[in-house]
Design a protein around this ligand. Structure first.
Ligand code: ADP
Length: 262
């Protein structure tokens, strides 16, 4: 299983550092959610992990190798990464978009081979898109479109999947559909790292949580350890009360209030 970790990682734009000195290992084979206020550096951190942004300091290591010393295709064979509001594509069908997931494995212009087609079919099946494969993206609902991007990432056949806000803009049923899909993918052995704003989904679907505030990783651990009044107050400036999900040991936030000014 591919190991992903960072050492003293700082990332910035121009001269401004927005992610500061993060040393962390993403638990292999688990679902990890990165939580924290808007603007705290979550997307920036995920982009550096996927080698989209170059660190100002420190290293991102895949199986002990600095990603800056790997080429784009080598990284894309290890990590599939989906950003917020993935890029618009005009006129391409679902099957064509999913086939892009095989790009990191293409040599020259030799085209897709049978093993590539097998993986594309598997990705379409896993995401329940077989019947929609000839439709263009624009004709699909938001939830279906999100499944297409996940299928493309699956076709990439990586051990690690990184997703920035995969359920934002989806209605409650479609949010669950995507999270259950990610859970099923995880059970097939993939490491998943995502950002998510819904705390209760984060708890329910994650093995591990990372809390980021103003570019610092301020805590990490399983949801049971993270969902405390003190930690959520520190992270979000909210006063939360908790319950436990029925038939589970997962904590949920029952209600929360803004901290009143004194
Ligand atoms: P989050 O994902 O937690 O909302 P981001 O990583 O998007 O946080 O942003 C962290 C900080 O970096 C913010 O202050 C944001 O304004 C800044 N930032 C993000 N992207 C850019 C960019 N392309 N250029 C300059 N600053 C940026």
């Amino acid at each position: 299983m591919t190991k992903l970790n960072t050492t003293d990682l700082s990332i910035g734009y121009e001269k401004k550092i927005v992610v500061n000195d993060i040393t962390v290992e993403i638990p292999a084979g688990k679902i990890t959610s990165l939580i924290g206020p808007n603007g705290s550096g979550k997307s920036t951190f995920l982009k550096a992990l996927a080698r989209i942004l170059e660190p100002a300091k420190g290293e991102v290591l895949i199986d002990g190798e600095n990603v800056q010393r790997l080429d784009t295709k080598a990284v894309a064979q290890k990590i599939a990464s989906l950003s917020q509001g993935s890029s618009p594509v005009n006129g391409l069908t679902v099957a064509e978009i999913v086939a892009y997931g095989r790009y990191p494995y293409q040599k020259g212009f030799s085209g897709l081979k049978e093993p590539d087609h097998q993986l594309i079919r598997w990705a379409l099946e896993a995401t329940n898109l077989m019947k929609l494969q000839d439709r263009t993206l624009a004709t699909l609902s938001g939830g279906q479109q999100q499944r297409v991007w996940i299928a493309m990432a699956l076709a990439q056949d990586t051990d690690i999947l990184i997703l920035d806000e995969p359920i934002t803009f989806l209605d409650p049923a479609h949010q669950l559909e995507i999270l259950e899909l990610l859970q099923a993918i995880n059970r097939q052995g993939k490491t998943i790292l995502m950002t998510i704003h819904d705390l209760n989904h984060a708890s329910r679907f994650s093995d591990y949580l990372l809390g980021m505030k103003q570019g610092e990783l301020i805590f990490q651990g399983p949801p049971k350890e993270i969902f405390t009044a003190e930690k959520l107050l520190n992270l979000f400036d909210i006063q939360a009360t908790f319950a436990t999900l029925p038939n589970s040991d997962k904590p949920i936030v029952m209600a929360y209030d803004l901290v009143k000014e004194h």
